[in-house]
Every structure is written in structure tokens, then in C-alpha cells.
Design a protein around this ligand. Structure first.
Ligand code: NCD
Length: 337
């Protein structure tokens, strides 16, 4: 694909070579994310960071990624704080805000809303999550993490076994990840969810049509056996008609150290898009895994900065200028990775 000036709305836009291109640029961004070097390639540029649904890491890491490239961030959080609450259309909001920004990241609860917004925007728009539909930058950072973690154990994405656990119906991170993984070869998918929260048929068919093996079950212990990656998700309570309905599925699957020790391989990598729901009635990923070296959840969040820097650099055509304009940092830098 041609990244320059493009919207990033769906992972459907990427072929495997595009994914690898993002990963190569992400690797190059590591010294900047680690505060070993500074670059100002986006000096003077403004990011419109518009989050109409709750967010911590996606919003802040997009903002940090832009800042680390030298740009400024303008943020809108929550519908109530924007003129959308006064009945303004996506069209008008997009026309207005694209006059103030060089690139916009948007998250909204409605599937397709970011594409509708992008159609009226005069600058590139990245989908930061549109309802239960897609979350492309999350899928890229997840796949980047998977490939790096597997490489540490001499394995590849091609041929791996991945267990996806939890709310596979409404989880947009899982939806985008499945589409990205479809481009790889010979993957064994173990889909573990309650019947009512199964991965929608379209995704299962997509994976099977690409030659992957898909097993569906509602049992965690058997489902996670032999997995190279266990990717746990939160019940997306905000997408259910009622909280009572969501409540039925919370806490059904709980991964903790005892279950990990009994059923996982010694080096099974544990992932989660986060936030993990740590309330007692849910607790899908227990805190007793925090010291497990195979818990990759905070490597995922760190990698999110690299991936988002890479997307910005590719879309705004500065990836070749980053090195040339770099210098060493002159403040104390803590070790992060
Ligand atoms: C995910 C999301 O918002 O889709 N969070 C994230 O962006 N890391 C997953 C979730 O909220 O459960």
C-alpha cells in the first residue's frame, strides 16, 4: 500500500509486505522510545487526538508517539466535551478539525464511524477503535509483539498455535488481529469463548479460507494446551444491551499462575490488549502472573509507542528523515525495556 497521506481504517488495507514495512520502521523507532535519542521530524505538526470512548493506553501512546517525533497534540476526550453532543455531524466535525490538525486519531463507539469521519476529513485519519469493528493499531502492535516474543524462542508467526480467550464476539482487537494473522501461514487457532460470545462466522471463515486450522471450545484448560501464545480478553461490557447480561460472562475464564503451570507450555507467552478487568467478579488475568517472565502485556504496551510512531512516520513521509535529524538526549533516562 501507499502509506503517504493514507487513512488507516482497517487492517484489510495491509498485505504482508506492508505489515513488515511497519515493523521495520517500528524497530528503527526503539532508541527514540527508549529516550536514548531525540528527533524533531514532526516539529510544528499537530495531532488531533479525538477519543469519544474511554481509553488510557491507546490515547496516551498515540500522543506520546507524536510527541516523540517532535509534534504537538490537541486532545478531545468524551462526547460531552465536543460539539457532537450538540447534534453536530461527523461531516462537520471532520471538516472543522482537519483544518486544525495534520493527522487525526479517532475512537468512537459506533462501528464505521471513523470511516464516515475520514471521508470528510482533509487530513489522514487513523482508526483508534470503532465500536466492535476494528482496532488496527492494536492488531499491529499485537502482531509485532507476537513475532518478537516467538523469535526469542526460535519460533515464527507462520505455524504457531494461538489461543484467543474470552469475548471474541465484541472484541475489536481480536477481530483486527485475526484479519492480520490471516495473511500468515499454517496457524492453529484455538478459540475459547462462551457460546454467546463466539468469534463471528465471517472471521472464522476468513481464517479457514486462508488455510488456517480453527478449533472452537468453551474450556480454558484444554484450549490453552500447546499454545505458543495465549491472548486473553476482557468482556466488553459496554457493548451489551444490559450490564446484567455482560455480568453472566465475567469471570468464566480466569488465567492464573496455577492454571498456567498445569496446562501451558514452559514458554507460552501471555498477552492481553488491556485493560484487564481486575475486579473480583472478572479477574480474567490474575495479578499472580505479574512476575511470570512470559507475561508480555507491558511489552505490548511499550511496543504500541513504536508501532504508532512508525504509522505516523510512514503516513507523513518522514521515516527516512528520522535518523538524519536525531541527537542524543541530555536528561537522565530510566531503563524502560
Ligand atoms: C481494547 C479496546 O479498546 O478495544 N483496549 C485497547 O485499546 N488496548 C480492548 C478492551 O477495551 O478490552
Amino acid at each position: 500500500m501507499n502509506f503517504v497521506g493514507s487513512h488507516i481504517l482497517s487492517v484489510d488495507q495491509f498485505v504482508r509486505a506492508d505489515i513488515e514495512r511497519v515493523f521495520t520502521v517500528a524497530d528503527m523507532m526503539r532508541p527514540y522510545a527508549l529516550r536514548q535519542k531525540v528527533t524533531r521530524v514532526l516539529e510544528g505538526a499537530i495531532l488531533g487526538n479525538m477519543f469519544f470512548e474511554p481509553s488510557t493506553r491507546t490515547r496516551v501512546s498515540f500522543g506520546c508517539a507524536w510527541n516523540l517525533l517532535g509534534g504537538e497534540v490537541r486532545e478531545t476526550t468524551g462526547i460531552k466535551a465536543s460539539a457532537l453532543a450538540k447534534g453536530e455531524s461527523f461531516y462537520d466535525t471532520a471538516r472543522v478539525l482537519s483544518g486544525y490538525s495534520d493527522l487525526i486519531v479517532m475512537r468512537h463507539e459506533k462501528s464505521g464511524s471513523v470511516a464516515e469521519f475520514a471521508a470528510a476529513s482533509r487530513v489522514p485519519v487513523i482508526n483508534g477503535g470503532d465500536g466492535a469493528n476494528e482496532h488496527p493499531s492494536q492488531a499491529l502492535l499485537d502482531l509485532y509483539t507476537i513475532s518478537r516474543e516467538l523469535a526469542d524462542h526460535g519460533k515464527t508467526v507462520d505455524g504457531m498455535t494461538i489461543a484467543l480467550v474470552g469475548d471474541l464476539r465484541y472484541g475489536r482487537a481480536v477481530h483486527s488481529l485475526c484479519k492480520l494473522l490471516a495473511a500468515y501461514q499454517g496457524i492453529h487457532f484455538s478459540l475459547i469463548s462462551p457460546e454467546a460470545l463466539k468469534l463471528p462466522d465471517a472471521y472464522v471463515e476468513l481464517l479457514r479460507n486462508h488455510g488456517h486450522q480453527v478449533f472452537e471450545s468453551d474450556a480454558l484448560p484444554t484450549g490453552i494446551q500447546q499454545a505458543d501464545i495465549v491472548y486473553v480478553t476482557r468482556t466488553q461490557e459496554e457493548r451489551f444491551d444490559t450490564l446484567e447480561e455482560a455480568q453472566r460472562y465475567k469471570g468464566i475464564f480466569r488465567l492464573n499462575q496455577a492454571i498456567y503451570t498445569e496446562f501451558c507450555e514452559p514458554n507460552t507467552v501471555i498477552m492481553h490488549p488491556l485493560p484487564r478487568d481486575s475486579r473480583a467478579d472478572a479477574n480474567e488475568l490474575d495479578n499472580d502472573l505479574n512476575d511470570n517472565p512470559n507475561l508480555a502485556i507491558f511489552r505490548q504496551t511499550d511496543n504500541g509507542v513504536l508501532i504508532r510512531m512508525a504509522l505516523f512516520a510512514l503516513i507523513l513521509e518522514v521515516s527516512d528523515q528520522v535518523e538524519a535529524s536525531s541527537r542524543a538526549v541530555n536528561w537522565y533516562t530510566a531503563k524502560r525495556f
